[in-house]
Ligand binder design. Structure first.
Ligand code: ADP
Length: 599
């Protein structure tokens, strides 16, 4: 018996109850029926809307894409293909019906309906799998994130690890590189196995930290050693978090781990360096300050607090210049201590010894300065006393010279010459001491007169040449501006510098003295081809008693006061002495004088 045909009225509610979308097209492709699910899926407000000629979806304002997001052409719609080919067709189409921006991922299956050989129409079954597609896309995204993360971890020498607690599987990736029980790569084991590869001394602590975090459902951090070969070990830093299941039980623990050996070593070195510095900083009797770049005191050591007022907040208060680059080498400072005692301090700065911080070191040189002063005072007195006897010695030598300057006393005259030279050195020494005393007591007086430097320098060079057999003194150039200066003192400066030029160029045979007008002011430049002076020494050689302590010219005699006196003389003339020098190539001393106020 043939089953009774189901009436249209009965069929519709059945089809509407279907989860799948169902549409029916006639043989021309017109949409003649759709169930509720199909209307919803395609974004129609009513099942009636598209039931008109030619409304197969394309003409109803759909946007259609394929799975890759490319436009899906209407002639590839399965319904149309069925009408063309009379065979079933399937396609994945993403529908969107503006203004909605939501895509419906739909699997469309179209089958032909025949009556006999004639195509009656097409039935389309639409399966909306948007939810699935979304989770697929999500999955893909997660994977991409994971890849990026892995890459980042690799670069940072880190690894991920994951403990699935109920199953007790512990897995970790390359970055964490366990050394012992488990091999390289992605490893798995139990929690116990994981603990076993930790240094025995750290094992218990790590276990406690992790289990504690488990109990508290929180985050944790553990640093521990992993034994290596022999007594060596590596440090690991693991950070992680416990994830709980729906019932709040710890389910997974995930986190990152990294090899912190290098960091640990650096920390240890840093701590040691810091300890050493602290020990020195606080136990030395040298006063030290750490300041910011504006010289505000950030830290001071015990010696500093003993010497300076506790209210001292900034070193600029003491007159230390903020532009520390102008401070090179040792600098002097005179202060009054908390006890009201005047002290002479010598200080040095280590600019930016830490980023944005300077270190100042102060030495108390009061006793040295006092001693220098006492010595100078004594020498001053002695020199003064020596002046008269020296003058008579010189007079007697002159007498002797005159008397014995005859052929028959040839041997004798050589001795007399020696005595003369030696007594000259003593006279110079005495004069230097007297000058130092004058400078110290501010008694250096100048007797200015109008002088012609061209004549003065040429005459002086000619005189000096008589006593210098080793070098030729070349005088070049002229000075056109007249000067008003102390003839004696200027000569003294020139003699000193020319003699130095000879003294410190033992392998050369000439010294060049050049006269010029520099920016209209007279300049005398004395150039030698000798040992030269290191840049760092160039300022220092003008200090009292300063000598460059190089093995190379240890044997060259000198008090080390000549340039100090010369500079003072030039400064008193409102002039200056500048140096240009290169070790091994020689030096040029420029003596600059101001233009005379009275032409
Ligand atoms: P000294 O009596 O030692 O020559 P000075 O005050 O004249 O004393 O010079 C100080 C130091 O400067 C010298 O000891 C020497 O080291 C250095 N000096 C001076 N002139 C020259 C020069 N022309 N070449 C190299 N070094 C020099």
């Amino acid at each position: 018996m043939k089953p009774a045909p189901i009436s249209d009225r009965l069929l519709r509610p059945i089809l509407d109850a279907f989860l799948y979308g169902i549409t029916v097209q006639n043989a021309s492709g017109d949409l003649v029926y759709m169930n509720q699910a199909a209307a919803q899926l395609m974004g129609f407000s009513s099942q009636k809307t598209p039931l008109r000629k030619g409304a197969d979806g394309v003409r109803s304002g759909f946007l259609m894409y394929d799975a890759e997001g490319n436009h899906f052409p209407a002639d590839r719609l399965p319904g149309r293909l069925v009408i063309k080919t009379h065979t079933p067709h399937t396609a994945t189409i993403r529908f969107r019906k503006p203004p909605s921006t939501k895509d419906h991922w739909t699997l469309v299956t179209a089958v032909p309906v025949f009556t006999g050989d004639t195509l009656e129409g097409v039935v389309n079954v639409l399966h909306d799998y948007t939810k699935h597609a979304r989770s697929d896309a999500l999955h893909k995204q997660v994977q991409e994130h994971e890849n990026t993360l892995r890459m980042a971890l690799d670069v940072a020498n880190m690894g991920v690890w994951d403990w699935e607690i109920p199953g007790n599987t512990f897995s970790w990736s390359d970055g964490t590189k366990p050394r012992r029980s488990l091999t390289r790569g992605n490893k798995q084991g139990t929690f116990r196995q994981f603990l076993n590869h930790i240094h025995v001394k750290d094992r218990e602590a790590v276990r406690r930290v992790i289990l504690d975090a488990g109990k508290k459902r929180g985050k944790f951090e553990a640093e521990f050693r992993i034994p290596g070969r022999g007594k060596s070990h590596r440090w690991m830093l693991k950070r992680g978090e416990i994830l709980t299941d729906k019932k709040g039980r710890p389910a997974r623990m995930i986190g990152v781990g990294m090899d912190s050996t290098r960091q640990k070593k650096m920390e240890a070195e840093l701590a040691e360096g810091n300890r050493k510095f602290r020990a020195v900083f606080n136990s030395t009797n040298v006063a030290m300050f750490i300041t910011d770049t504006r010289l505000r005191i950030l830290e001071s050591n015990t010696a500093a607090s003993r010497l300076f007022f506790p209210s001292l907040r900034s070193l600029s208060r003491l007159g230390v210049p903020e532009e520390v680059s102008t401070l090179n080498g040792d600098n002097e400072l005179i202060i009054t201590t908390k006890e009201g005692v005047t002290k002479t301090l010598e200080y040095r700065v280590h600019p930016s010894f830490l980023p944005g911080k300077h270190l100042f070191v102060f030495h108390d040189i009061t006793s040295r300065a006092d001693e220098d002063q006492r010595r100078e005072h004594l020498l001053g007195i002695a020199s003064h006393e020596l002046r008269t006897p020296l003058a008579s010695i010189k007079a007697f030598i002159a007498l002797l010279k005159r008397k014995y300057l005859k052929k028959e006393y040839e041997g004798m005259t050589a001795y007399i010459e020696k005595i003369d030279e030696t007594s000259d050195s003593v006279v110079r020494l005495v004069n230097d001491f007297l000058d130092i005393a004058r400078i110290r007591e501010n008694r250096l007086e100048l007797y200015r007169e109008q002088i012609d430097l061209n004549t003065l320098v040429r005459e002086l060079a000619a005189d000096l040449q008589l006593t210098i057999p080793t070098h030729t003194l070349h005088v070049r150039g002229t000075i056109s501006t007249p000067v008003e200066a102390d003839r004696q003192r200027i000569s003294q400066v020139l003699i000193n510098i020319i003699k130095n030029a000879v003294k410190y160029s033992p392998d050369a045979d000439s010294v060049i003295i050049r006269l010029s007008d520099r920016n209209g002011s007279p300049r005398i430049s004395i150039r030698d081809f000798g040992i030269g002076i290191e840049k760092s020494e160039q300022k220092k050689i003008f200090r009292m008693y300063y000598k460059v302590h190089a093995k190379s010219h240890k044997r060259i005699y000198g008090l080390g006061a000549g340039l100090f006196i010369a500079r003072t003389i030039m400064e008193r003339h409102n002039g200056s002495i500048k140096i240009q020098s290169k070790p091994g190539e020689g030096s040029t001393f420029h003596i600059d004088l101001p233009i005379s106020s009275k032409p």
